[in-house]
Design a protein around this ligand. Structure first.
Ligand SMILES: NC(=O)c1ccc[n+]([C@@H]2O[C@H](COP(=O)([O-])OP(=O)(O)OC[C@H]3O[C@@H](n4cnc5c(N)ncnc54)[C@H](O)[C@@H]3O)[C@@H](O)[C@H]2O)c1
Length: 309
C-alpha cells in the first residue's frame, strides 16, 4: 500500500503533450499548486502558449525519442513530478488501421510513456522520491471497439504503469510513486476532430469530461496517490465489468452503440468545435472532479464501486 504523505508544492514538473487539451490543463493546475512547469510538446508553439499562461518553460519534445526524454530529465533541476500525457487517437476496427498508423499509435502512446517514465526514474529512484503520472484512459481498462488499436495501446500503457509501480514495491522503493489516470472522454482537440466520426462512439459512451476536471483529479493524485484512478470512478468499475464479460458485452453492444451515437450527435449539435487553440487559464483553487454529481451523463450500466487500488 502506498503512503499518504502530502505531495510536492514546490520543485519542477514536466508535462508531456502540454501544448493543448488535457496536458495544458494539468500544467495550469500544477502551476497553481506552486510547481514550476516545463511544458513539453512536439508542437513547440503550443508548448510556448502553455508556458506563457502558466509562468513555466516551454520545450520541444517528441516523446518517441528516448534520448530526448533523458536529456530533458538531465536539464531539469529539482524534478519532482513527470506527467506522461502526450497521446494520439485513431478510430476504426483494428483491421482497417494501416500499419504506419498502428506503429505511430504504439510509438507515442506506449513507447512515449515508457520513455518518459524510465527517464524520470533515473533521478527519482536514487533520490527516493518523485511521482510519475501516466495519462491512460478508460480504454486501458476495457477494450474499445472502433477505437481498437488505441485501446490496445492504452492496455499496454496501464500494464506498464501498474507493473512498474509493483516493480518498485517489490524492491521496497516506496518513496517513488507511479499513478495511472483512466478518464472517460474529454472534450479536447483530440475529440474535436472526431465529433462527427461514427467510429468515435466509445468516447461518447459515458460521461464527457472537461479538461480542467480531469486535471484537478490528476493533481490530486500527488496528495492521495493511487496506482489507478478512473474518472468517473463508477465508469472504471463498469469498464472492469465489461472487460471481464466479453460475451455479455458483445450481446449488449448494439444498445450501447445506439445510445453513444445519440449522445455524440447531441454533443456535436450543442458544442460547436472551438476554432482557436485554447490557452489554459490560471487556476486558483484546485477541486477534484465530482464523480457523483447528478449532472453527469448516466452510463449504460449502474456501477458503484471505487476502482482505486
Ligand atoms: N480526449 C479524450 O477523450 C481522452 C480520454 C482519455 C484519455 N485521453 C488521453 O489524454 C492524453 C491527452 O489527450 P488530449 O485529449 O489532451 O489530446 P490532444 O490531442 O488535445 O493533445 C495532445 C497533445 O500531445 C501532443 N503530442 C502528440 N504527439 C506527441 C509526441 N510524439 N511527443 C510530444 N507531444 C506529442 C500534441 O501536440 C498535443 O499538444 C492522451 O494520452 C489521451 O490518450 C484523452
Amino acid at each position: 500500500m502506498i503512503g499518504r504523505r502530502p505531495g510536492p508544492t514546490s520543485g519542477t514538473a514536466v508535462v508531456t503533450g502540454a501544448g493543448a487539451g488535457l496536458g495544458a490543463a494539468i500544467a495550469a493546475r500544477l502551476a497553481a499548486r506552486g510547481l514550476h512547469v516545463v511544458a513539453a510538446d512536439i508542437d513547440l508553439p503550443g508548448a510556448e502558449r502553455t508556458a506563457a499562461a502558466t509562468g513555466g518553460t516551454a520545450r520541444r519534445l517528441d516523446v518517441t525519442d528516448a534520448q530526448a526524454c533523458r536529456a530533458l530529465v538531465a536539464d531539469t533541476p529539482d524534478l519532482v513530478v513527470w506527467v506522461n500525457n502526450a497521446g494520439i487517437l485513431a478510430t476504426g476496427p483494428g483491421w482497417s488501421t494501416d500499419e504506419a498508423t498502428r506503429r505511430r499509435l504504439f510509438d507515442v502512446n506506449v513507447h512515449g510513456l515508457i520513455n518518459g517514465t524510465t527517464a524520470a526514474l533515473e533521478v527519482f529512484r536514487p533520490a527516493r522520491r518523485g511521482h510519475v503520472i501516466n495519462v491512460v484512459s478508460l480504454a486501458g481498462l476495457v477494450p474499445a471497439p472502433d477505437e481498437t488499436i488505441y485501446g490496445a495501446t492504452k492496455h499496454a500503457a496501464l500494464a506498464f504503469s501498474v507493473g512498474t509501480q509493483l516493480d518498485l514495491a517489490r524492491r521496497r522503493e516506496r518513496g517513488v510513486r507511479i499513478s495511472a489516470l483512466c478518464p472517460d472522454g474529454i472534450w479536447t482537440p483530440m475529440l474535436f476532430d472526431h465529433v462527427d466520426d461514427p467510429d468515435a462512439w466509445p468516447s461518447w459512451s459515458g460521461t464527457m469530461l472537461q479538461p480542467d476536471d480531469v486535471a484537478a483529479a490528476a493533481v490530486e493524485l500527488l496528495d492521495r496517490p493511487s496506482p489507478v484512478r478512473s474518472i468517473p470512478r463508477r465508469r472504471g468499475l463498469a469498464a472492469r465489468f465489461y472487460a471481464a464479460t466479453p460475451g455479455l458485452s458483445a450481446r449488449g453492444l448494439r444498445g450501447i452503440v445506439w445510445l453513444a451515437h445519440r449522445r455524440q450527435r447531441a454533443w456535436a449539435r450543442d458544442n460547436p468545435r472551438p476554432t482557436a487553440p485554447a490557452a489554459p487559464t490560471a487556476v486558483a483553487v484546485p477541486s477534484p472532479v465530482d464523480d457523483r454529481s447528478p449532472g453527469t451523463t448516466p452510463t449504460p450500466t449502474t456501477p458503484t464501486e471505487d476502482l482505486d487500488a
